[in-house]
Design a protein. Structure first.
Length: 117
């Protein structure tokens, strides 16, 4: 078990979730229970699963939670693209958040390899 707040990947994922919450405030009201809710839940799932995995007693359990967090990065990545194509994000917002999401994804891959070794 380790303190999730010490992990750089958790810090980046948390920052990414905050950024997504901030940028989705401007989404259309009719998306409140659609894309807005979905992208927010997926973005929060990333640091949440990292934190939960840190509380597990085995590396295998930790790796499973990291894998779930990774799956959520994939979901966020798609929802960002969909939001861009629907005109809910401008290109600059999209690139900033997508870049951070990809950074988190790369960090998760690296950590997963380390934990599974």
């Amino acid at each position: 078990m380790q303190n999730y707040k010490d992990l750089i990947v958790w810090k980046k994922a948390h920052e990414n979730a905050l950024m997504i919450y901030d940028h989705t405030r401007g989404f259309p009201k009719e998306e409140q229970f659609g894309i807005t809710s979905q992208i927010r839940r997926a973005s929060v799932s990333i640091p949440t699963n990292i934190a939960e995995g840190c509380g597990k007693s085995t590396k295998k359990d930790f790796a499973n939670y990291l894998q779930i967090a990774f799956g959520s990065t994939q979901e966020v990545e798609y929802l960002l693209l969909l939001s861009l194509e629907l005109g809910y994000f401008d290109k600059i917002q999209y690139e900033k958040i997508n870049s951070m999401t990809n950074e988190v994804k790369a960090m998760l891959i690296s950590l997963l390899k380390k934990v599974r070794a």
